[in-house]
Design a binder for this molecule. Structure first.
Ligand SMILES: Nc1nc(=O)c2c([nH]1)NC[C@@H]1CN(c3ccc(C(=O)N[C@@H](CCC(=O)O)C(=O)O)cc3)C=[N+]21
Length: 282
């Protein structure tokens, strides 16, 4: 068997074209969706992701502001800026690019952003809303993964979804969204014993550990759907996933590539959340 590849880049393009029309309509009603991104320091990877977000915003017609701060910025200065943006009616989405320098407490920063402008979906209030089945901003990567599955009409209900990784931004929330879609969810992580036994029973396997080629095709259940969330920059400068693509593709029914897989969907869902926030202001 050789899996069908799910290109997040293609689905993203479709969704962005729909969003472009939606934004034009919103503008007619007098509101210009605005996403303000704060970048602290000059990490090249962060800079490249931020550029991707600006490019998507420009395409769709979302106004994007980039606020660049030096790596020496104090936590208090950053919190003050967030308060200003919370109170600015023209700003619909606030994104503080992670990771932050060590002297800044990420959780304090995340909690300072108004839940109504938290287009990343990282604020505990929004996570709580998601977990209790309310409508809210869903975290972009997990939400993008669900959209990718739905775009191929891949059944989720009653399936065994195995999530490898338990980060607050990907692993934990993607499990919640899969549960919402009525999957049976198992979380695996660095302390899991006999991980192979879980991989072997996964109908849907989500790999979000940040280790190049952490999984290969060996234990993957024939016909499984494999979603690779890894964005690992390797020595030669190229991007590679957490899954060894060639061998996994031989076992899976569907598989996502890196690049052009989950990454572009993350940005597209961020655009969707920004539009949603702007609509709340109509
Ligand atoms: N507050 C915050 N929100 C985030 O959503 C956030 C963040 N901080 N910090 C960093 C991570 C990482 N992230 C990616 C988004 C898009 C691609 C993406 O589009 N990747 C392309 C390739 C891009 C390239 O070649 O560099 C792809 O996979 O095809 C990757 C990674 C968002 N993040």
């Amino acid at each position: 068997m050789s899996a069908e590849v799910i290109y997040g880049s293609e689905l993203s393009q479709q969704l962005k074209d729909e969003m472009k029309n939606e934004v034009a309509e919103i503008k007619k009603q007098g509101v210009t969706p605005n996403l303000t991104v704060i970048l602290v320091g000059d990490d090249p990877a962060s800079r490249s992701y931020v550029r991707g977000k600006q490019k998507a915003s420009d395409y769709i017609g979302i106004e994007s502001n980039l606020i660049e701060l030096s790596s020496e910025t104090s936590q208090n200065e950053l919190l003050k800026l967030i308060t200003q943006l919370n109170n600015d009616p023209n700003v619909h989405g606030i994104l503080v690019q992670l990771p932050l320098p060590d002297h800044i407490n990420e959780q304090s920063v995340i909690e300072a952003i108004s839940p109504d402008k938290d287009v990343d979906g990282f604020h505990p209030v929004n996570i709580g809303r998601m977990m209790t089945g309310q409508d809210t901003f869903f975290p972009c990567t997990p939400y993008g993964i669900i959209q990718m599955l739905k775009s191929k009409n891949i059944p989720i209900e009653g399936k065994h979804a195995v999530v490898i990784g338990r980060s607050n931004i990907v692993g934990k929330p993607v499990g919640q969204l899969l549960l919402k879609e009525n999957a049976t969810v198992t979380y695996c992580h660095s302390r899991t014993k006999n991980m192979e036994q879980f991989i072997a029973t996964a109908d849907i396997l989500i790999v979000a550990v940040g280790i190049p080629h952490f999984i290969d095709g060996t234990h993957i259940k024939p016909g499984a759907v494999v979603i690779d969330v890894g964005v690992n920059r390797i020595e030669d400068g190229s991007l590679t996933g957490d899954v060894e693509f060639a061998s996994a593709k031989q076992k899976a029914s569907y598989i996502t590539p890196v690049p052009k897989g989950v990454g572009p969907m993350t940005i597209t869902m961020l655009m969707g959340n920004t539009i949603k926030s702007a609509k709340n202001n109509l």
